[in-house]
Design a protein around this ligand. Structure first.
Ligand SMILES: Nc1ncnc2c1ncn2[C@@H]1O[C@H](COP(=O)(O)OP(=O)(O)OP(=O)(O)O)[C@@H](O)[C@H]1O
Ligand SMILES: [Mg+2]
Length: 228
């Protein structure tokens, strides 16, 4: 369960270039929902997503995760919550170059100190699940866009997160791969994961998978449509 309480984010506060990216967003995101965040470029989608995912702290306001206020926690607690709760999928895949697909999937799990062979087996199983295990030994930069996307999804799942956060995940995918991506998200949602995607791609928000559509404009939540 995630609740946003009057979340405000100001960049460069007190400077001539001060910018309010999010103006007091208040929203109950519920649990295990499939949420699509829509809105024009610059409306604050990425900023809000990174606040929800504990990657950025709000300037003011509170985030409540499973009845616990997390906004004020010290960094090391936030890091732990981030690692155990969220899986991230970004527009730029952010795979580490020079490192194999398999190792890339394993990276987010390293801080947990699991036995290497067990972790490797889990990473391999995820690559198999997404039908990409034949590329396990390929370096990240050798993968095609669609292959890289599947590796990124596997990486997002390695710590078995309950919430998947994706920012413009289809921006670099063709139509077929975009539909495939949404199918995978639909499957993960059916398995009980919460999905939060920011996108202005109709393939994402017209997929029929979202049960909540949140519209943003100028840093404000302009509309909330509950489709459940
Ligand atoms: N680190 C930062 N420092 C200063 N301003 C920032 C920073 N990050 C974002 N902004 C500004 O905050 C506003 C919201 O940006 P954000 O990236 O959240 O928009 P968005 O809705 O994700 O846009 P897009 O659809 O283009 O990805 C923009 O005006 C942006 O320039
Ligand atoms: Mg963005």
């Amino acid at each position: 369960m995630i609740v946003l309480d009057k979340i405000r984010k100001v960049f460069n506060q007190g400077m001539p270039n001060e910018l309010v990216a999010v103006h007091g967003a208040a929203l109950d995101l519920g649990s295990a929902r499939f949420i699509v965040l829509k809105g024009p470029s610059g409306s604050g989608k990425t900023t809000l997503l990174s606040i929800v995912g504990c990657m950025t702290r709000p300037t003011s306001g509170r985030i409540i995760l499973d009845s616990r206020e997390i906004s004020g926690l010290p960094e090391r607690f936030l890091t732990k919550i981030r690692r155990e709760t969220f899986g991230f999928i970004f527009q730029q895949f952010n795979l580490i170059r020079g490192v194999t697909a398999l190792e890339n999937v394993m990276v987010p799990a390293y801080p947990r100190g699991e036995k290497y062979s067990l972790l490797r087996d889990r990473a391999m199983a995820l690559l198999e699940l997404f039908n990409i295990s034949r590329k396990a030994a390929s370096r990240a930069e050798w993968l095609s866009g669609g292959e890289a996307q599947r590796v990124v999804i596997a990486r997002a799942l390695i710590n078995n997160p309950s919430i998947i956060i994706a920012d413009e995940p289809t921006a670099h995918l063709d139509t077929g791969l975009s539909h495939e991506f949404m199918e995978i998200m639909g499957r993960l949602h059916q398995e009980g994961k919460m999905i939060i995607i920011a996108s202005h791609d109709p393939i994402v928000y017209e997929s029929g998978l979202a049960d909540m559509l949140v519209g943003m404009r100028d840093g404000r939540i302009e509309s909330v449509r509950d489709l459940a």
